[in-house]
Design a protein around this ligand. Structure first.
Ligand code: HEM
Ligand SMILES: *[C@@H]1O[C@H](CO)[C@@H](O)[C@H](O)[C@H]1NC(C)=O
Ligand SMILES: *[C@@H]1O[C@H](CO)[C@@H](O)[C@H](O)[C@H]1NC(C)=O
Ligand SMILES: *[C@@H]1O[C@H](CO)[C@@H](O)[C@H](O)[C@H]1NC(C)=O
Length: 488
């Protein structure tokens, strides 16, 4: 018995060594497998991907292949060459890896799902007139939530962490706007969903990396169950053309024969995709303003100018609200510092990548290609001077107009910051995200007095385990207090 076990063990080991014994061919990017069999660099990657990839970049240059938990990932860090990946969505596929994550994080599988129909639906509902309509519902929800928050105690300061304050208000308002049918009890439902979602969100990176311990697995599974139950399926609209995005989306799933249970799981995916980054962005933006008085004054001056043109102090006319170069620069600078998604694609057929400098590299079928714009362009000192510093007017010219000329290696960059991705899979919701954040910051700065409890606080550190998963989150919260300014 013991011999059989031993033999079997050796057999597996030999097979394993053969499978993991990959070597680099001449035309391939530098290969760095790490010393741990199979796992490779998975631990460093998970602990602090930005630090790890910066180290690899110093060692190997702008393109290299690393082994991570059995997979080979080719990392490309030269923004002038990003189009080689982004402009070939047929060979370098977005959907497959997204499906792997969908299964791991949301226990969701939609085998015959037509993603182009889904995307067309989103595009239709998140631009033009539909977008204007969503924006105004969002504004109403934000104001209603803030009002009910302030109602109990109008005169005194309230205390909170800035991260929780921003995430909670924006999540609930966004949730009510996109998922709250009229049959729901708004406040209660949205608060319950927010509370559970935060637990889910804190485990998300571990779900994606398959590194949950047994206790976390149990928590994950129960919080998912509770969220599935809380998310009620919207009944379909009476006429197709009156349907909301959510109704059309669920209708589409039904037509594909997706069962109700899977539809609920798909709802959680959509809650995450639409609400997971907006609140954290607003946190960093307000935090940077609170710790940079010059920036705060510039934004307030711009917003005051808008209010003066309006009849109601709280609602500048929508067209005026579009023209906010200072705020736009502040938002772009905030996202430059805190948006850190991996742009990952699966290689469906082996191909040759041509870099901007003319070098060519072969990449293998079955591997993954990953761009990490956070390292370059966003934090690249050659492109952005003192990249770790928040400079509110980094994206403004001296005359106050938008600055869009940035250079690397003497070449003007197409991508000088990339919080929304680019190419065919660029974020569909970016316009809605931008207006939501703008409305939120505008409302908070006009109706509240908001300050840090300790005026000398600095911005909290980034939680390094979240690099690669969208907008970063802080490791600790920033204590603030706020109260109503006048009538609201
Ligand atoms: C600050 C907020 C947000 C940020 C930073 C952000 C960022 C991104 C990024 C980087 C991608 C591209 C991923 C890739 O190419 O691999 C993406 C895709 C996407 N985003 Fe956003 N997003 C935000 C908010 C939103 C909102 C509010 C919505 C919906 C209302 C949304 C819907 C989507 C969808 C559906 C995709 C997938 C596009 C596709 O399938 O091709 N996002 N987002
Ligand atoms: C998805 O639907 C579109 C039309 O809505 C169609 O052109 C396309 O071929 C479909 N894709 C798949 C994979 O079925
Ligand atoms: C950092 O993020 C991870 C993953 O989201 C989470 O599990 C962990 O609790 C966070 N750490 C802190 C100090 O918040
Ligand atoms: C901010 O970035 C967006 C694209 O991400 C761009 O359309 C906009 O013009 C930028 N604004 C400024 C002031 O840089």
């Amino acid at each position: 018995m013991i011999w059989t076990t031993l033999l079997l063990f050796h057999g597996v080991l030999v097979l394993f060594l053969i499978l993991s014994n990959r070597s680099r061919s001449k035309k391939e990017p530098p290969l760095d497998k790490g010393i741990i069999p199979w796992l490779g660099h998975a631990l460093d990657f998970g602990k602090d991907a930005a630090k790890f990839l910066t180290r690899m970049k110093l060692k190997h240059g702008d393109i290299f292949t690393v082994r991570v938990a059995g997979h080979y990932v080719t990392v490309l860090l030269d923004p002038n060459s990003y189009d080689a990946v982004l402009q070939d969505p047929v060979t370098l596929d977005f959907t497959r890896y997204a499906q792997v994550l969908m299964q791991r994080i949301f226990s969701l599988s939609l085998p015959n799902h037509n993603t182009s129909t889904e995307k067309a639906l989103m595009r239709r509902h998140f631009q033009g007139e539909s977008l204007a309509c969503l924006n105004s519902i969002m504004e109403g929800n934000l104001q209603a939530l803030l009002r009910s928050e302030m109602l109990q105690d109008k005169a005194n300061w309230k205390q909170d962490g800035l991260f929780n304050f921003c995430y909670s208000l924006l999540f609930r308002a966004g949730y009510l706007t996109l998922f709250g049918g009229e049959h729901n009890n708004h406040d209660r439902d949205s608060s319950a969903v927010y509370k559970e979602f935060r637990v889910f969100d804190s485990l998300l990176t571990k779900m994606a990396r398959n590194t949950l311990n047994p206790e976390e697995k149990r928590t994950t599974s129960s919080v998912r169950q509770r969220l599935w139950r809380l998310l009620s399926l919207a009944p379909p609209g009476k006429k197709a053309e009156d349907s909301t995005w959510l109704q059309s989306y669920l209708q589409h799933l039904q037509e594909e024969g997706v069962e109700e249970e899977m539809q609920r799981r798909a709802m959680l995916l959509q809650v995450w995709a639409t609400q997971g980054n907006v609140g954290p962005t607003a946190f960093w933006l307000l935090g940077f303003l609170l710790t940079n008085p010059e920036a705060m004054n510039a934004v307030k001056r711009e917003f005051n100018g808008l209010s003066l043109q309006a009849d109601l102090p709280q609602r500048p006319p929508l067209d005026k609200f579009q023209n906010t170069p200072v705020f736009d620069s502040v938002l772009n600078e905030t996202l430059r510092l805190t948006a850190a998604p991996f742009i990952t694609r699966e290689v469906l057929h082996s191909k040759t990548l041509r870099m901007a400098d003319g070098q060519e590299y072969d990449i293998r079928r079955g591997d993954r290609v990953c761009l990490f714009p956070y390292i370059s362009p966003q934090m690249d000192p050659e492109i952005h001077k003192e990249p770790e510093k928040f400079k509110y007017n980094r994206f403004l010219n001296a005359d106050g107009s938008e600055k869009n000329d940035f250079y690397k290696g003497g070449k003007r960059l197409k991508y000088y910051t990339m919080p929304w991705g680019a190419g065919k899979n660029v974020c569909v919701g970016r316009h809605f995200a931008i207006s939501s954040i703008k409305q939120f910051v505008f409302t908070v700065l006009t109706v509240l007095d908001l300050e840090m409890c300790d005026p000398d606080s600095a911005m909290p550190k980034v939680n390094a385990s979240r690099y690669g998963f969208g907008v970063l989150q802080p490791e600790t919260d920033l204590d603030i207090r706020y109260k109503l300014r006048g009538v609201f």
